[in-house]
Design a protein around this ligand. Structure first.
Ligand SMILES: Cc1cc2nc3c(=O)[nH]c(=O)nc-3n(C[C@H](O)[C@H](O)[C@H](O)COP(=O)(O)O)c2cc1C
Length: 445
């Protein structure tokens, strides 16, 4: 694709249903009583579709954050199971991609392959999945373990999981189903493949009881940032999410993942790099910053301290936000997300920094404040300088954080020729300019 044709990829994501700030559900415009209502999520997806976004994406974890009382008391821990929800959203939207997280540590490939393939059929080729390896012990305890699987094993299992899922999707050749009422032949058995996979982590006979998905392989996202995470992304993913940062920091990640991708024999454009972006918009930067002050003011001290305790894996409940943190990081002891731990440790390495400042900078570092034009400037600079192929927009608060972006920043990007004004494709792979992969049985024949 030539430089002139290259268009930004945009995804709309949510982790907390109220928006990316943990206390966003308390804002006046928030609708916490609707966090289990289909309409709430349909409106969100339709807003993104009005903005011609490539995809929506629902982050997910398999537990309630009850490590601390404040997590239950002050944060919004309930939401619908994402693939069930996306199937319903599919019927209320037409073009936008529909993606959600799957834990490869606490799922079986057969379940995942079947669920994602079904969504791909229901949505006519708009399904995507985000492979995560699950970072917390709370998730482990819901699946028969006291402690989480160690980091290296999680990624090793993740790699095998992708192979098995894709092989399951190849169970039926594209022309295997005959539907021939005259002869009575529903399918051609010579075009069905039994996997008989026996690996280190999985033993799966197959075949899958869903036909080959419309996209062949629904789009695979990945968000791991550690060495193992980047490697898995380079080997298997169609797109990679990463944290926001300065253009220079993003360039390091971008070049590294593209190089690894090429080393795996793939083309550098086969993997799109999508930093997340939390946009706080205002008519001036000061106005935008004052909106974020409101979010801090809505966060109880206990919740801020417990969030830090979670990330640093030490109990800070008896401390005050005004005290210096004085924290010495030890990478060898963490089995949660290594990249998140590293980021907190970097901020905390300044001996004079207070707990309150660390908490604030953890959010601030991920946020861009500014006018719509300034937001577009930053996105354009990253897009044109090997730092991003697009962005995952995580609105700081919902629903207005996304509609503001769609109404104010998208037209700015479109006017600059950086983003589509109409959908050209009907599938998520099509939006991302990715070909439909041939079945592994065809390519290896
Ligand atoms: C944009 C974005 C979305 C993510 N979504 C999820 C998610 O839905 N569920 C989850 O458990 N982890 C999620 N993660 C965390 C990553 O999967 C991964 O655990 C984290 O980046 C640390 O990876 P590492 O252990 O390779 O350093 C997300 C990360 C990013 C940057």
């Amino acid at each position: 694709m030539t430089g002139a044709e290259r268009q930004m990829v945009l995804g709309a994501a949510q982790w907390w249903p109220g928006g990316e700030h943990i206390s966003a559900w308390r804002r006046t415009s928030a609708q916490p009583e609707s966090f289990l209502d289909l309409d709430y999520y349909v409106n969100w997806a339709r807003t993104a579709e009005r903005g011609k976004f490539d995809t929506v994406f629902l982050a997910d974890e398999l537990y309630v954050w009850d490590r601390f009382n404040s997590g239950v008391e002050f944060s919004s821990n309930v939401k619908p199971e994402p693939f069930t929800l996306l199937a319903a959203i599919a019927t209320a939207t037409e073009r936008i991609g529909l993606a959600a997280t799957i834990s490869t540590t606490y799922n079986e490939p057969y379940h995942a392959a079947r669920k994602i393939a079904s969504l791909d059929f229901i949505s006519k080729g708009r399904a995507g999945w985000n492979l995560v390896t699950s970072a917390s012990d709370e998730e482990a305890r819901n699946f028969g373990r006291a402690k989480n699987v160690d980091h290296a094993t999680r990624y090793e299992r993740g790699r095998e999981f992708v192979d098995v899922v894709r092989k399951l999707w190849d169970s039926w050749d594209d022309d295997a189903l005959l539907h021939d009422k005259t002869t009575g032949r529903f399918a051609d058995p010579t075009k069905m493949h039994t996997l008989n996979h026996e690996g280190k982590h999985f033993k799966v006979r197959g075949p899958l009881n869903v036909a080959r998905p419309p996209q062949g392989y629904p789009v695979l996202f990945q968000a791991g940032a550690s060495d193992a995470g980047r490697d898995l992304a380079a080997a298997t993913a169609d797109a990679v999410f990463t944290l926001t940062g300065t253009v220079e920091r993003l360039q390091e990640f971008y070049r590294d993942v593209k190089q690894r991708t090429v080393a795996y024999g793939r083309h550098r454009d086969d993997v799109k790099i999508l930093p997340m972006l939390i946009p706080v918009l205002g008519t001036t930067e000061e106005e935008a910053r004052s909106k974020s002050q409101e979010l801090y003011d809505l966060t109880p001290q206990a919740l801020a301290l417990d969030l830090l305790s979670h990330y640093l894996e030490v109990d800070l409940a008896q401390r005050s936000l005004d005290e210096p943190l004085k924290f010495v990081a030890d990478m060898s002891t963490t089995n949660q997300s290594k990249s998140v731990y590293e980021r907190v440790a970097r901020i905390a390495s300044d001996p004079s920094v207070t707990l309150g400042e660390v908490y604030r900078r953890l959010f601030d570092e991920r946020v861009r404040y500014g006018t719509p034009a300034k937001m577009a400037d930053y996105m354009q600079e990253a897009f044109e300088n090997e730092a991003a192929d697009g962005f995952l927009i995580m609105a700081p608060y919902l629903p207005d954080g996304l509609s503001d972006f769609v109404d104010q920043v998208v037209p700015e990007l479109q006017a600059r020729g950086l983003f589509r004004t109409e959908y050209e494709a009907t599938t998520l792979r099509g939006h991302l300019h990715l070909d439909r992969p041939a079945s592994s049985y065809t390519t290896s024949a």
